[in-house]
Write a protein that binds this ligand. Structure first.
Ligand SMILES: Cc1cc2nc3c(=O)[nH]c(=O)nc-3n(C[C@H](O)[C@H](O)[C@H](O)COP(=O)(O)O)c2cc1C
Length: 197
């Protein structure tokens, strides 16, 4: 298995998969990596659905802007932020209002933002674990309507879809790294970047 650093460096968004089945133990390991992710107040506001059925994958493809990788991957993990799990144990949403200036998001928007931010961490754990196991994945956030997922899977509306993760063995060449900003470009230098200078 790859080290954390190797997985970070080798990970690419994989959009083509072989038809080979992914062993259940590997899927379990991905979910275990998600389960161990950190979260604010340890609320763990996430839930996952593992989809293998071809008809359901076709339907997910339709919901996800008709992106073919969803149907092609043998396994698709649908990742949800869980609003109830985030806020039922929260003291109050009001403590966050100060960060939003004069037009704060509505309480519902806040719930969604924070539960999704937490779920993102668990999802990236799965992505890196998949890379370490020799599997390919690609974050898919290209969908519009949360209710389509809720209808498809008969879910309550506290579950907000955050990302869809196709998983399989990469087909063809592994893509070269996509460009990234240089460190100098993302590392702020206090003082040097202030408007006075
Ligand atoms: C939140 C999020 C949503 C994304 N949604 C899509 C998507 O809908 N379809 C897709 O093909 N790639 C999607 N991507 C993958 C990005 O295009 C990709 O990460 C980026 O171009 C950098 O390439 P790399 O992942 O190979 O380093 C998404 C990535 C993230 C983090």
């Amino acid at each position: 298995m790859l080290s954390v650093w190797e997985a970070i460096e080798k990970r690419r968004s994989i959009r083509q998969f072989t038809p080979d089945e992914v062993p259940d133990e590997m899927i379990e390991q991905l979910l275990e990596a998600a389960r161990l992710a950190p979260s604010a107040g340890n609320r763990q506001p996430w839930s996952f659905l593992v989809v293998k059925d071809m008809e359901v994958r076709k339907e997910l493809r339709r919901i996800c802007w008709n992106q073919p990788l969803i149907e092609q991957a043998p396994v698709v993990i649908v990742c949800f932020g869980d609003l109830d799990r985030y806020f039922n144990v929260s003291r109050s949403a009001n403590k966050y209002l100060k960060y939003y200036g004069s037009s704060p998001p509505s309480p519902v928007q806040q719930k969604i933002t924070f539960s999704m931010a937490n779920a993102f961490i668990a999802i990236e754990h799965m992505v890196l674990m998949a890379t370490a196991l020799g599997l390919g994945t690609c974050w898919v956030g290209g969908f519009d309507d949360a209710t389509e997922f809720q209808t498809l899977f008969n879910l309550a509306d506290n579950l907000v879809p955050v990302a869809v993760l196709p998983v399989g063995y990469p087909a063809g060449e592994i893509p070269p790294p996509r460009p990234r900003r240089e460190l100098d470009d993302i590392l702020l230098k206090p003082g040097a970047d202030s408007p006075e200078n």
